[in-house]
Design a protein around this ligand. Structure first.
Ligand SMILES: NC(=O)c1ccc[n+]([C@@H]2O[C@H](COP(=O)([O-])OP(=O)(O)OC[C@H]3O[C@@H](n4cnc5c(N)ncnc54)[C@H](OP(=O)(O)O)[C@@H]3O)[C@@H](O)[C@H]2O)c1
Length: 170
């Protein structure tokens, strides 16, 4: 029987200056984005770094298998599994169809070179930050879906939902 690897998908909201976080928090509150995130990741496995887990106000995300990357051997997180390397995390999800990398900065940087798919929320404003997404070489990615949101009454900036697949892999 041939073995199919899961599609490795990154999901992230990125400012114009590639900012994604400050003081272990997000930089904005975009309800539409949280809704979309929930819809896309529901029922799937999510992989995140230990600092991103700590940033979640209610802990691990329900209705999803939460895998936490940490170097601390034997560390236990309730309602989560832990992995001590990218390789270990990938081994744990090898039988799944699609797996979501949900941050933060250090984890995105490690997965971007091997990701198959990007679900981006591109926020059209610069933000002060201490955590950034690595530069994306868009020549390697094909845009498959794009929705512009110009008129969110909650926010004074526009943002775009963009989905990309890596050219030549899927
Ligand atoms: N805009 C967005 O869409 C978005 C999404 C998610 C997060 N964020 C933001 O990103 C920021 C957090 O990012 P961050 O870079 O500081 O932290 P992070 O990537 O969430 O977590 C870093 C920690 O994860 C563990 N880790 C990472 N790679 C590992 C590996 N290969 N093997 C084992 N352990 C590994 C290490 O934990 P140990 O210390 O245990 O070794 C490391 O200290 C926050 O501001 C958050 O709000 C933004």
């Amino acid at each position: 029987m041939t073995h199919q690897k899961p599609v490795l998908s990154i999901i992230v909201a990125i400012a114009r200056n590639y900012a994604i976080g400050l003081n272990n928090e997000l930089l904005w509150h975009i309800s539409n984005d949280l809704k979309r995130f929930k819809q896309i990741t529901a029922g799937h496995t999510i992989i995140m770094g230990k600092r991103t887990l700590a940033s979640l106000p209610n802990g691990p995300l329900p209705k999803r298998r939460n895998i936490i990357l940490t170097d601390s051997p034997g560390e236990q997180f309730s309602n989560c599994e832990s992995a001590s390397s990218i390789t270990a995390a990938l081994e744990m999800v090898k039988n799944e169809k699609e797996v979501f990398i949900i941050g933060g900065g250090s984890v995105y940087a490690q997965f971007l070179p091997i990701a198959d798919k990007l679900y981006l929320t591109m926020v059209d404003k610069d933000f002060e930050a201490d955590t950034f997404f690595p530069e994306i070489d868009f020549s390697q990615w094909q845009l498959i879906e794009k929705t512009v949101v110009e008129d969110d009454p909650q926010n004074d900036f526009r943002y775009t939902f963009e989905t990309y697949e890596r050219l030549g892999t899927i």
